[in-house]
Design a protein around this ligand. Structure first.
Ligand SMILES: [Zn+2]
Ligand SMILES: [Zn+2]
Length: 773
């Protein structure tokens, strides 16, 4: 005989609101004849349930181990209810929430689910070809919400009132659209149209709009397409003329364009897809995933000078319908001019993209929050996030034990690839990628987003954390907020923040032993006020100490050195004791001839006197110097890391084993003269450029791992952190990771957050939280 068990009280925490969690519980309970209720409160979901013992046991196992697709359960706590306190109700009920208490954040946007895709391609379904189809398990979330709680009235769906049939779905706990806030259909929801600017036929509405857009794309035209988190610019990725036209109109000459394919089979025609990358492509995040280019070639200008392609799959019904029409890969790049934030509003797009797009595929559901496409890549065996945005933000990261009782911190992030971070209740909410704050529009967007998040999370910071760089706009803004609120502002050194972000996301406990952090990036403000970027730190959450570094080399012309790689080649050669001799000895080399054309006398005077030539231990600039020496992007680059990316591409083409260039070590510094000597000899011998690129990578990886391992040994440390933007170089990362692993060391590499400056806001937050008072 089954016995009726005492009632249980269950508390579920994590991302469990606005993701269909309550109806999922309702179904679990109903099909088992369990009585009770479920509701949302300020900390998550609460369940009270009564039933027969074995059925209850089964129910609790399901709660612990299963969840609807968009939920992310962090904890399930089960307590028994004292038997006299309550009598079980009849049936199982979803209770409405007390809205004042609900502030557990908002789920990320999710790619269209298989059930909804099936509906839009089903001629019998009332949502046949409807581009805004969604349900509780898919569709826009974060990008359409204006305020909390997650209710239709607080989203850009507020203006569309549901028809009777939609309302019935919305109100039925057994329906997969129960409480789907953006629920819509052709009768009551948003509409799509195409603007071509042609006389007479300038406006095409309804499903014909998508067909018409597809035919324009087939003709090689550029179409602006309104998506979930912003506008894309699309064109046929197989049409070289169209891709070039897009490049010149958008003023984007080198950076690779993202692609969208109809399905995974189409991605496979052009790229080498492995299992982890495929799973990412098909996940509700639906990021751009970087794969090796392989098989049938697309237009040369899609990713000039690179052997990789970034693909995503359709993630809205509109994309699915469009891709079914064109049936070929499309460029899908952000709808903006060069470095500005991408457009989100129809009027803004018509104005700003007027000279770029030939037509506009628009709709009347407003984008409240701009979220770019996320970018991921498999490196060192794991999926790594290179840009964290749509589909991921603002999902919270659970922090290790010990972060539950720390003050609430607002961390302002860096300057390039910026993000900010809200630390509260043992978790960190990191904003989506917000771009480079040097751009005025991006900085305005950053400030607007800060207010938006503070509102959504009802967040009152007790501490502000900033980078130590006095000139970062995020730093200045942080100091200003701290003054206004009368709360402390804590500076966290740039490379220390890189290290602690990695500790936090890999779940290291608050008081864990220090690690050796190898942080390689462009430039960050050092604790001695100098620009750093090739650092070996002994770091835990609270403190860091610089143990070793790349030998500092001047940046002639300061910031110009980041845009003109040849300046770094000159500075590096000039810093070698043999420079005067080399100038004569290798005078016939193309490299030396190039440098001789520059105002060398004046530059040398600058370098010798240290005029506008700060000394920097930058790994990024070392890559620029070597690239320039090999004749890659020698004169100028469009974006930081461009030359390094091409250097990596060339090196990857070398499959046979090569010997690395020798890198010497003097005391606690890696020195470059022996490397330059070998490289100049190779140039003189006319060695293949790819081979030289490979020898540089190999030599650097060996020197970095040897030094890191020696530092581990000296400091009795068993863990090495690898972070900083330079470690987005797959070849370097994998070589260093392997070599350290072979020496028996544990290697920590960022995964959930980018290794570049997009991740430092998390590091600032955790370090400041522990260093306050
Ligand atoms: Zn769906
Ligand atoms: Zn409807």
């Amino acid at each position: 005989m089954n016995r009726r068990s005492a009632g249980v009280h269950v508390r579920v925490q994590g991302v469990v609101q606005g993701v269909g969690y309550r109806p999922w519980v309702w179904q679990l309970a109903n099909c088992r004849g369990i009585r009770g209720s479920v509701w949302n409160d300020g900390r998550g979901v609460v369940i009270e349930a009564w039933g027969e013992e074995d059925v209850m046991a089964d129910f609790l196992v399901a709660l612990r181990h299963q969840a609807p697709p968009l939920a992310a359960v962090e904890s399930v706590r089960i307590d028994s209810l004292s038997s006299d306190c309550q009598t079980p109700p009849v049936g199982f009920h979803i209770l409405s929430s007390n809205e004042d208490e609900v502030h557990t954040g908002i789920a990320a946007d999710a790619a269209t689910c298989p059930a909804c895709i099936a509906e839009i391609f089903d001629a019998e379904n009332r949502r046949h070809r409807y581009p805004f189809t969604n349900c509780t398990h898919c569709g826009p979330r974060f990008s359409i919400v204006r305020a909390i709680p997650w209710d239709r009235g607080n989203t850009s769906m507020a203006g569309f009132s549901m028809c009777r049939r939609c309302a019935r779905e919305y109100g039925d706990p057994a329906d997969r659209r129960f409480h789907a806030q953006p629920n819509a259909c052709p009768q009551c929801g948003p509409r799509v149209w195409l603007e071509t600017g042609d006389e007479g036929s300038g406006l095409v509405a309804g499903i014909d709009a998508i067909k018409h857009a597809a035919s324009l794309l087939e003709e090689g035209r550029i179409v602006a397409i309104k998506g979930i988190g912003g506008m894309h610019l699309a064109c046929d990725a197989g049409n070289e003329g169209a891709v070039r036209r897009l490049r010149s109109r958008k003023l984007r000459h080198h950076k690779a364009f993202a692609l969208m394919a109809r399905d995974i089979a189409m991605v496979r025609e052009h790229a080498g897809v492995e299992a982890i990358g495929e799973a990412a492509l098909c996940s509700p995040v639906a990021p751009v995933v970087i794969f090796p280019a392989r098989g049938r070639r697309l237009a040369e200008s899609v990713a000039p000078g690179q052997d990789t392609l970034g693909f995503m799959l359709p993630y809205t019904p509109l994309h699915h319908l469009l891709m079914a029409e064109v049936n070929r890969p499309l460029i899908m790049t952000s709808g903006n001019r060069s470095d500005e934030p991408q457009c989100t509003e129809n009027d803004e797009a018509r104005k700003r993209l007027a000279g770029i797009a030939d037509a506009f595929l628009l709709h009347d559901r407003d984008i409240v929050t701009r979220v770019d496409d996320s970018v991921q890549r498999v490196m060192a065996g794991r999926l790594r996030t290179l840009r964290r945005a749509r589909g991921i933000a603002p999902s919270p990261l659970a922090l290790p034990e010990g972060f539950r009782d720390v003050p609430r911190v607002l961390a302002m992030g860096g300057e390039l690839k910026s993000s900010f971070c809200l630390l509260m209740d043992g978790k960190a909410v990191v904003s989506q990628h917000l771009g480079d704050l040097e751009d005025a529009a991006s900085f305005a967007e950053y400030r607007r987003m800060l207010m938006h998040y503070i509102g959504l999370y009802d967040f009152v910071p007790e501490v502000i954390a900033v980078d130590a760089h006095p000139d970062y706009l995020s730093t200045k803004w942080g100091w200003r907020l701290a003054r206004e609120k009368g709360i402390p502002c804590i500076e966290v050194q740039h490379h220390h923040a890189h290290a602690t972000a990695c500790l936090a996301e890999t779940g290291k406990a608050v008081d864990s032993e220090p690690a050796i952090a190898v942080v390689l990036d462009g430039l960050g403000y050092g604790s001695d006020g100098m620009p750093w970027g090739g650092e070996f730190l002994l770091a835990d959450y609270r403190e860091s100490r610089r143990l070793a570094r790349f030998h500092p080399v001047a940046l002639p012309g300061g910031n110009r050195a980041a845009r003109e790689p040849w300046r770094n080649a000159l500075a590096h050669l000039h810093a070698c004791p043999q420079w005067k001799y080399w100038r004569v000895r290798y005078g016939k080399l193309d490299l030396l001839a190039f440098l001789e054309q520059k105002p060398l006398a004046a530059l040398e005077r600058m370098l010798e006197k240290g005029i506008n030539s700060p000394l920097a231990s930058s790994a990024g600039r070392l890559f620029d110097a070597v690239a320039a020496a090999l004749g890659i992007d020698r004169e100028q680059v469009d974006f930081e890391g461009q030359a390094a990316l091409r250097l990596e591409t060339l090196a990857q083409r070398v499959t046979e084993p090569v010997s690395g260039y020798p890198v010497a070590r003097e005391g606690r510094e890696l020195m470059w003269p022996t490397m330059w000597q070998a490289l100049l000899d190779d140039l003189e011998r006319g060695t293949e450029v790819a081979l030289m690129a490979a020898r540089f990578h190999r030599g650097l990886a060996g020197a970095v791992s040897d030094l890191a391992a020696d530092l581990c040994h000296e400091n009795r440390v068993a863990t090495v952190i690898l972070s900083g933007g330079v470690f987005q170089n797959r070849l370097l990362l994998e070589m260093v990771d392997r070599q350290l692993g072979e020496k028996g060391l544990q290697v920590l590499i960022p995964e959930k957050l980018p290794a570049n400056d997009g991740g430092i806001s998390l590091g600032q937050a955790v370090t400041a939280a522990l260093n306050n008072g």
